[in-house]
Design a protein around this ligand. Structure first.
Ligand SMILES: Cc1cc2nc3c(=O)[nH]c(=O)nc-3n(C[C@H](O)[C@H](O)[C@H](O)COP(=O)(O)O)c2cc1C
Length: 204
């Protein structure tokens, strides 16, 4: 089994990477393969709502890592989204990346998901909820956690001093491993959504 962890910071080895690494360490100790995917610091195209992905099954823009990440996600059973907090929300590049990753192609239904954000001081819960929406609206199974996964620090060294935050990361990773194994053992088919899908857009 494999878990893909997305680092949505422009800093390759900053706080978000440190938080994801803490989780990856627990997953690996439980025999689960991990890969941290960095979205990079080059500009990331936002979704233009062109609708091409509905026809070709992938995003029409190939200049960044979105389509590569989609392929990796298809091969993984679990996903962790990580982002720094920028002005009380997830970082802009990560927002562009995730909008296209989750909108294009098959959603990761019934894969196991978790989210984490890192921040200096304020806005962590709003950003964390923002990340959770991608998981929940894709019908992913979100790993149980004891607290919001918002860990405090401006540098990896500071982050390591948030002992409660780091503990929460490890515990959530352990619950993720438990869920992955449980779902794997049960091997039950996922429920199928109703057809046709209704889209009323509040028009009556
Ligand atoms: C543009 C920008 C906006 C930020 N906004 C916030 C914020 O709203 N709240 C906060 O607590 N920290 C804020 N920070 C600090 C980062 O969230 C924090 O340093 C984070 O841990 C960095 O993670 P990284 O090392 O993975 O990039 C901001 C940093 C930048 C560069």
């Amino acid at each position: 089994m494999k878990v893909l962890l997305i680092n949505g910071s422009p800093r390759e080895r900053g706080c978000t990477y440190t938080a994801l690494s803490e989780m990856a360490g627990v997953l690996q100790a439980k025999g689960i393969e991990t890969e941290i995917f960095w979205i990079g610091k080059e500009p990331i195209q936002g979704c233009t709502a062109c609708g091409a992905c509905k026809k070709i099954g992938r995003c029409a823009f190939d200049r960044d890592g979105v389509n590569l990440c989609r392929e990796k996600l298809a091969q993984a059973e679990g996903l962790v989204l990580g982002s720094p907090v920028y002005y009380g929300a997830i970082a802009g590049g990560m927002k562009c990346f995730l909008d296209r990753l989750f909108y294009a192609g098959k959603p990761p239904r019934y894969k196991v998901g978790a989210a984490v954000c890192t921040l200096r001081r304020g806005g962590g819960i709003a950003a964390y909820d923002q990340l959770l929406s991608y998981l929940q609206l894709s019908e992913m199974v979100v790993a149980p956690t004891r607290y919001w996964q918002a860990v405090h620090g401006n540098t990896p060294e500071e982050l390591a001093q948030d002992l409660e935050g780091m503990q929460t990361l490890r515990e959530t990773a352990a619950s993720m491993a438990w869920l992955l194994e449980s779902l794997h053992k049960a091997n039950l088919p996922a429920p199928q959504p109703e057809q046709p899908k209704r889209g009323t857009n509040f028009i009556r």
